[in-house]
Write a protein that binds this ligand. Structure first.
Ligand SMILES: *Cc1c(COP(=O)(O)O)cnc(C)c1O
Length: 352
């Protein structure tokens, strides 16, 4: 067995790099595809359910797959600084890869709507962090304007290299499963990832690596569901801050992915998201952030509605690690109990 080399080296033939591209990697990718028997039992035992645990990437989210390509290409063209708007994970990833590359990172996040772990990552990696008194969509509009006029590379998913890197998630699923799944479920925020996965499946299919193509199924939070409702949401609301987006950058491509794959986009409520979030942690031992749990919530909803044929193979992308958002975890679970340092007092609590 040889050591994993990061997504660019592992999938070089499928990516827009040359011998001249300086590769900036944190050895991202190679995340586990975990079978979820309890989840299948809780929903429909006749399904094969797998979790693609993207929270196990170097900065704790799938954003690293795209960032390794975006930052490598930025370096190749001589860029010395990158900029992004972010609900948190893009800024954490941009900050880490910029540090690795030895260039500057400027990140803009919506004030009061970024999970603590993500903010601490951007800060410790040395990015210049600006909190905007507004939402993500406004921050994205601002950084797009700045990147057009100043010598700084935009690394949001409107940067085409981001999606190129992110499509490697689909390659890995196929390599790990030995085939493409029947359905691939993802949470949808800016809609870059659903677009990238579909591109990855198509390219692997075209290259003869897999014989099947999955149907792409996306989930938006009910309070932030522009694609589902077919209208821009001015003030998106959801506990799942990573998908709290009212005007997705990859709206059109996501619709195409749905149509081409004969898939669809659905919504889940915050209550359903939080229930799925706890279920995943309690029953499968997997701690992912609320946005990731949107796919698990969606799975339960669609299985109840009979949307999948019995025996189907389903892959769910769990996009980011639970430690990103410790506040939501503590609010969603029972609080620790304080006890005096005596055996009898401890025993009284344990009910053994
Ligand atoms: C970015 C992100 C999403 C949304 O992905 P899009 O490509 O913007 O649709 C979902 N979950 C997590 C944890 C994320 O970081």
């Amino acid at each position: 067995m040889k050591a994993w080399r990061g997504v660019i080296e592992e999938y070089r033939d499928f990516l827009p790099v040359t011998d001249k591209t300086p590769i900036v990697t944190l050895f991202e990718g190679n995340t586990p595809l975990v079978p979820a028997p309890r989840l299948a039992e809780a929903t429909d035992a006749r399904m094969q359910i797998y979790l693609k645990c993207e929270g196990f990437n170097p900065t704790g989210s799938f954003k690293d797959r795209g960032m390794t390509v975006a930052i490598s290409k930025a370096l190749e063209t001589g860029s010395r600084a990158v900029i992004c708007a972010s609900t948190g994970n893009t800024s954490a990833s941009a900050a880490a890869f910029a540090a690795r590359a030895g260039i500057r990172a400027f990140v803009m996040v919506p004030k009061g709507a970024v999970a603590l772990g993500k903010l601490s990552q951007a800060a410790i990696h040395g990015a210049k962090v600006l909190m905007v008194d507004g939402n993500f969509d406004q921050a994205l509009t601002i950084v797009r304007q700045i990147a057009e006029r100043y010598p700084v590379t935009l690394v949001n998913s409107v940067n085409p290299f981001r999606l190129e890197g992110q499509k490697t998630g689909a390659f890995e699923v196929c390599d790990q499963l030995g085939r493409a799944p029947d359905y691939h479920l993802v949470p949808v925020g800016n809609a870059g990832n659903i677009t990238a996965y579909w591109r990855g499946y198509r390219e692997y299919h075209r290259a003869g690596r897999v014989k099947e193509l999955p149907r792409m199924v996306g989930f938006q939070a009910a309070g932030a569901a522009p694609i589902y409702e077919n209208r821009v949401i001015q003030e998106p609301r959801t506990v799942a801050t990573a998908i709290k987006i009212g005007n997705p950058a990859s709206w059109g491509p996501a619709l195409e992915a749905m149509k081409d794959s004969r898939g669809w986009i659905d919504i889940v409520t915050d209550e359903e998201i939080l229930r799925a979030y706890r279920l995943l942690a309690h029953e499968e031992g997997i701690f992912m952030e609320p946005a990731s749990a949107a796919t698990v919530a969606g799975l339960s909803k669609l299985i109840k509605a009979g949307r999948f044929e019995p025996g189907s193979t389903l892959v769910l992308t769990l996009t980011g690690h639970g430690l990103k958002d410790p506040d939501t975890a503590l609010e969603s679970a029972s609080r620790p109990t304080t006890v005096p340092p005596r055996v009898d007092a401890v025993l009284a609590q344990l009910g053994l």
